[in-house]
Write a protein that binds this ligand. Structure first.
Ligand code: C2O
Ligand code: CU
Ligand code: CU
Length: 483
């Protein structure tokens, strides 16, 4: 199956193209008319072999975002292959049912390759999920949201430059499954919508325009225990959302729009100003439509929303290796330097608190280095180094970061916000689905997030990074050595 890149209406075909070979034919479903990679469907317990042929003119390697696989098939940049080479992945699917992502992970080129089309959804099914009888086939629809910048000739542009690296690169159009102004034609029945934020930096605040709550079935790591109704849901790059959308009481001809609602606090005022001056057109946190669902057909449908979805096996803090001393992940923000644990990504640079004993469960705390993060001083820079509240740079550069950890999913234990950032936080915090298993968590400015994550089965290097892909490429990535 050819994963070719053809973006927008009149845009030229990009030179990028990559090929994924596959096993049984039915594991792949192309999204009609889309430049995205085909949906790869796998079953829990399945053994898979995937050949990645690099037909780009540059290095690449594919990562299976959300899957728990051995380190040597996790898409670490050190395994990047050059043009014309093939990488063979072999692994067993051990994840529960979920929607994962496959996307490139080469050193400093993840954002540009994702932007130009090398991203797709991977859906894992299992027996627990199958027993629920959720809408499937044409009633299960992937919704991959991306923003892209088009010029007046409708040509695709990717030119992050300094501002785009600092604050993320933002487009002026929203694409769903590769289509601008996406119209979904639906019947008056229940659907399962599988959202994936495949944007490099843009964060969405998803809501139905008529105030209908969003019925959440699951998140990154699969189904929740029971459905949850939310007024809106925040979806940051790399995050997924599984939604029950019931159109059964709607009349033919009516429509429902999914919008991204207004919110604040995720990009500093300074960054917003710069982006506006560059005519980005669609400011982050403004209100705009994502897609329209139009009811075109009356049908009778007996599909019912199950009241119980799943059983999640959870850990408690006391199961963790060091309950009193969480593994720190510090976020520091300086000029052209977004860092984790005070250091940029580098090979062979694992620090003491980035070493994790195999088969342990770890309490992890993600927090902002209040001192402002001037670089290389490393692990010593934590909270308390600042000047009461936010340091100079920290205040000016503070922004939201979707932090992603490779390997097994984690549970969110707690979130807290400092008083200086309560205002922006209040515009987003009803939109976090904290009850589900996650692999990516949006960390707002001034926010501290605690999570519990197991590190089982596989030794080796497992990355963690900001999924604002411009930040990742700038080096906002570190790795755990599981040993
Ligand atoms: Cu989706 Cu390491 O990334
Ligand atoms: Cu990942
Ligand atoms: Cu970031």
């Amino acid at each position: 199956t050819e994963v070719a890149v053809l973006v927008g209406q009149k845009t030229r075909v990009q030179q990028y193209s990559a090929k994924l070979l596959h096993g049984p034919e039915q594991t792949l479903t192309a999204i009609p008319g889309s430049f995205l990679g085909p949906v790869i469907r796998l079953q829990k317990g399945q053994k898979v072999r995937i050949h990645l042929h690099n037909q780009l003119s540059e290095n690449t390697i594919t990562h299976w975002h959300g899957l728990h696989v051995p380190a040597d098939v996790d898409g670490h940049p050190m395994y990047a292959i050059s043009s014309g080479q093939t990488f063979v992945y072999e692994f067993e699917v051990v994840n529960r049912a979920c929607m994962a992502i496959y996307h490139p992970h080469p050193h400093e080129a993840t954002a540009t390759q994702v932007y130009h089309g090398l991203v797709g959804a991977m859906i894992i099914n299992d027996e627990e999920e199958a027993a629920l009888g959720l809408p499937s086939g044409e009633f299960e629809i992937p919704i991959v949201i991306q923003d892209k910048l088009f010029d007046s000739q409708n040509q695709l542009i990717y030119s992050p430059g300094m501002h785009g690296s600092m604050f993320g690169f933002y487009g002026n159009r929203i694409l769903v499954n590769g289509h601008p102004e996406m119209q979904l034609e639906v019947a008056s029945r229940a659907y399962r919508l599988r959202f994936l934020n495949g944007s490099t930096a843009r964060i969405y605040k998803l809501a139905w325009d008529d105030g209908t709550p969003i019925t959440v079935l699951g998140v990154d790591g699969g189904l929740l225990e029971q459905p949850e109704n939310m007024p809106y849901v925040m979806l940051a790059p790399g995050e997924r959302l599984d939604v029950w959308a019931d159109f059964s009481n709607r009349s033919v001809g009516s429509q429902l729009v999914m919008r991204s609602l207004a919110f604040s606090g995720v990009v500093p005022a300074m960054g917003m100003g710069m982006m506006r001056s560059q005519a980005y057109g669609l400011p982050v946190g403004s209100d705009y439509p994502i897609f329209t669902a139009r009811i075109t057909q009356k049908v009778t449908d007996s599909t019912k929303l199950p009241s119980t979805l799943s059983k999640i096996s959870r850990y408690s803090i006391s199961d963790s290796h060091n309950p009193n001393q969480p593994v720190p992940i510090t976020i520091s923000e300086g000029h052209m330097q977004m860092l984790l644990n005070g250091r940029p990504h580098a090979y062979n640079d694992v620090q003491d608190n980035e070493r994790i004993p195999l088969n342990t469960v770890q309490l992890i705390e993600i927090f902002h280095d209040q001192g402002g993060g001037h670089g290389m001083s490393g692990m010593g820079m934590g909270r308390g180094m600042g000047m009461g509240g936010m340091g100079m740079m920290g205040g000016m550069m503070a922004m939201a970061h979707p932090i992603h950890l490779h390997g097994q999913s984690f549970q969110i234990v707690s979130r807290s916000i400092d008083s200086a950032n309560e205002g922006g936080y209040a515009t987003v915090n009803q939109g976090f689905v904290n009850s589900g298993l996650k692999d990516t968590v949006l960390v707002m400015p001034g926010e501290t997030v605690r999570l519990i994550k197991p590190f089982q089965d596989y030794k080796g290097l497992f990355m963690f990074h900001c999924h604002n892909l411009e930040h990742e490429d700038m080096g906002m990535m570190r790795e755990f050595l599981v040993e």
